[in-house]
Design a protein around this ligand. Structure first.
Ligand SMILES: N[C@@H](CCC(=O)N[C@@H](CS)C(=O)NCC(=O)O)C(=O)O
Length: 202
């Protein structure tokens, strides 16, 4: 059965909602935010190194990132009503908004939340948040690239194209100086002919 790790007041509500829509059987493991810091408890970190919700477990797979979890659950269901067919014009609108929610909208919304907290409480949660997120994310990426050659496994994929450009921003900001695996990975993908051709175009 699908196991959902749910954090109160969090994005994992997306997953519970979708499971209800799909009428798939599932069980919920509840994790409670720390009353003071509002951060996730260590119990989530025992399930996935990013220590965030949502995470699902199913048939030996441990999956995080709500958009990816949603796709996985849709793949498990018979119903196609919640995801337009590939090739249908609406499919690409579906894809655009699904990525937009986390890829574009979440950053300014979360930043506003943290800035409002700073003004209200006179503290600096933004600094703590950025340092914590960078350490977690870059550590997770470094560990992943220690285990496998590319993001989706042994083969290069479009996920590598997505990740490389963001990692290049990070490298330019000197955030990867202590990340030899990521640096080696970047050298490898940047030597691809198609990458060189794209760079030549600007
Ligand atoms: N992009 C990720 C974001 C995951 C995320 O930041 N989850 C938040 C809850 S909304 C969390 O677990 N925060 C607790 C923490 O950072 O300690 C997704 O869509 O799953």
């Amino acid at each position: 059965m699908i196991k959902v790790h749910h954090l109160n007041q969090s994005r994992s509500t997306r997953v519970l909602w979708l499971l209800e829509e799909l009428k798939l059987p599932y069980e919920v493991v509840h994790h409670e935010r720390d009353a003071q810091t509002r951060l996730a408890p260590a119990s989530l970190g025992e399930v996935h190194p990013l220590n965030k919700a949502p995470v699902i477990e199913h048939n030996g797979l441990v999956l995080c990132e709500s958009g990816a979890v949603m796709e996985y659950l849709l793949d498990q269901a018979d119903s196609t009503s919640l995801r337009p067919e590939k090739g249908d014009a609406h499919y690409y609108q579906y894809l655009e908004w699904s990525h937009f929610a986390e890829g574009s909208l979440a950053l300014p919304v979360i930043t506003t939340l943290l800035m409002q907290m700073e003004q209200r409480e006179g503290t600096a949660p933004m600094d703590g948040y950025i340092a914590k997120e960078l350490a977690l994310d870059l550590g997770y990426i470094e560990a992943t690239l220690t285990k496998q050659a590319f993001f989706a496994g042994p083969q290069f994929s479009a996920a590598d194209i997505m990740m490389t450009i963001t990692l290049e921003f990070a490298a330019n900001l000197n955030l990867l100086n202590d990340k030899p695996q990521i640096q080696g990975y970047l050298n490898k993908v940047q030597s691809r002919e198609a990458y060189q051709a794209a760079r030549k175009l600007g």
